[in-house]
Design a binder for this molecule. Structure first.
Ligand code: SF4
Length: 151
């Protein structure tokens, strides 16, 4: 197994709104056995559909995951990240391709917690844990670029 992929990129309808973000090349990686797919939010016990959540950075630097209606889902997101890392370790994964902007999977830029579509610098909870654990994280956009560069 070479890669770990966000499940919504591999065709699973596991987004908060019940849709997917399918990228055919990533779906093929999973189907061919070259990648394992995970959805941290489902692993954390959340449902489909579920409230839209964003990561909020507090004044003291701590982070919380808050839904649009103000519910705190930080614990579920941390559980999902921890279980995703366990799957990555079990499969000896060193490279993950995760969904951009997500409060779980986003890497580099994520939604800023205002639910206005604005982005800010930062990583989702799972992407951050992966990076701190030595896994190289790409978003699907970077994967697309490297795919094109290699073709
Ligand atoms: Fe699940 Fe991550 Fe996709 Fe969100 S971005 S639906 S947490 S795999």
């Amino acid at each position: 197994m070479k890669y770990l992929v966000s499940a919504c990129l591999a065709g699973e309808r596991c987004r908060y709104d019940g849709n997917s973000n399918t990228i055919n090349a990533l779906q093929e990686l999973v189907e061919n056995g070259d990648a394992v797919s995970v959805c941290p939010e489902i692993l954390g016990g959340l449902t489909i559909p579920r409230p839209r959540c964003e990561l909020r950075i507090n004044e003291n630097g701590s982070t919380k995951i808050i839904s649009e209606n103000g519910t705190d889902f930080t614990e579920e997101f941390i559980t999902g990240a921890t279980l995703s890392l366990e799957i990555a370790k079990k499969n000896k994964i060193t490279i993950a391709i995760l969904k951009s902007k997500s409060p779980s999977c986003g890497c580099g830029m994520i939604y800023d917690g205002t639910f206005c579509g604005n982005l800010t610098t930062g990583n989702g909870i799972t992407a951050d844990l992966f990076i701190k654990s030595g896994i190289t994280v790409f978003t699907e956009k970077e994967f697309d670029d490297s795919d094109k560069n290699n073709s």
